[in-house]
Design a protein around this ligand. Structure first.
Ligand code: NAD
Length: 293
């Protein structure tokens, strides 16, 4: 089936992902509140839309890549939102990182209208998205998964089906719990090593060869903050959001997660300052700033 895709949310992740769909000859209609981002996608061959209603009018598939739960609810469920205009038999794929309740509410609203729903939040970095090497954590029915898979394969190299609708969102929260705390831990370790007189290259080589190795030091920090690049990427603001999604989910399960709570304090402080819109590897710069290093 030849799909017409409305892609809504063309930010740090959405723009490179939608660009890969266009490059791989999918028919894409783009929309973002930021006209400059939309213009970049249109320059590659996508059709522009002026609002959500116009974006979904001719679409058979809607992909959303939005910051957080409020935007996802507004864009999909709102009065002038996706479900107000999309035809039955269509498919909605939400790739945003949100809480399970938002995904479950949106999924139920789609299914009630005869529209299939797939949650497919994304792992890895912006640089992976640019190369079409993203990882997807997918919650879907058999039919929803079969329909979404060619589009996911056009944007990524790794697709994990985690279970039915909602399972992708739940997996993403768990994944980013590890990733975000790993970033904070890596910042603190590099700060400590620096104070103890160790060169960063030595720390990277040694920790890369032991069980201490992690994607934060070896991939994320190595390609971003340690090269002096703290442009997002994945902002500290969004990393803090994801950590709070995990801690809220944990509280709902009556779980106490002490390391997570401590990391939330650190990220909250970094986010409160001038760091909110910097890449989350800049947690290192923040840790150094407050340590006076
Ligand atoms: P971003 O802030 O760069 O982009 C979000 C885009 O959505 C912006 O361009 C914004 O203008 C647009 N937008 C907001 N409200 C809108 C609305 N009502 N209608 C249309 N467009 C709207 O965020 P991002 O870094 O691309 O992240 C998007 C999602 O992906 C988040 O949930 C994030 O947690 C997740 N994620 C990010 C990364 C990363 O490395 N940046 C990696 C994996 C997952």
């Amino acid at each position: 089936m030849s799909e017409t895709i409305a892609f809504i949310g063309l930010g740090a992740m959405g723009l490179p992902m939608a660009s890969n769909l266009v490059r791989k000859n999918f028919s894409v209609i783009g929309f973002d509140l930021d006209q400059g981002k939309l213009d970049k996608l249109v320059a590659l061959g996508a059709r522009p839309a002026g609002d959500v209603t116009a974006a979904v009018r001719d679409a058979t598939v809607v992909i959303t890549m939005l910051p957080a739960p409020p935007q996802v609810r507004e864009v999909i469920l709102g009065g002038a939102g996706v479900l107000a205009g999309l035809r039955p038999g269509s498919l909605v794929i939400d790739m945003s990182t949100v809480d399970p309740q938002t995904t479950d509410t949106v999924a139920a609203a789609c299914l009630e209208k005869g529209i299939a729903f797939v949650d497919a939040p994304v792992g890895r970095l912006v640089s992976h998205a640019e190369r079409g090497e993203s990882l997807f954590m997918v919650g879907a029915s058999d039919a929803g998964f079969a329909r979404a898979e060619p589009m996911l394969n056009a944007m990524g190299t790794t697709v994990h089906r985690c279970g039915p609708e909602g399972a992708g969102t739940r997996m993403k929260i768990v994944n980013n719990y590890l990733a975000v705390i790993g970033a904070q831990l890596t910042a603190e370790a590099i700060l400590l090593g620096t104070k103890l007189g160790l060169p960063v290259d030595v720390m990277k080589a040694v920790s890369g060869g032991t069980t201490a190795t992690n994607g934060q030091f070896q991939i994320n920090f190595a390609t971003k903050v340690l090269k002096g690049d703290t442009a997002p990427g994945f902002t500290i603001d969004l990393a803090h959001k994801d950590l709070m999604l995990a801690l809220t989910a944990a509280a709902q399960q009556r779980l106490g997660l002490p390391v997570g709570l401590a990391a939330a304090g650190a990220l909250g402080a970094a986010r409160g300052g001038a760091y909110a819109q910097r890449d989350f590897s800049a947690l290192l710069d923040y840790a150094c700033d407050i340590a006076g290093v």
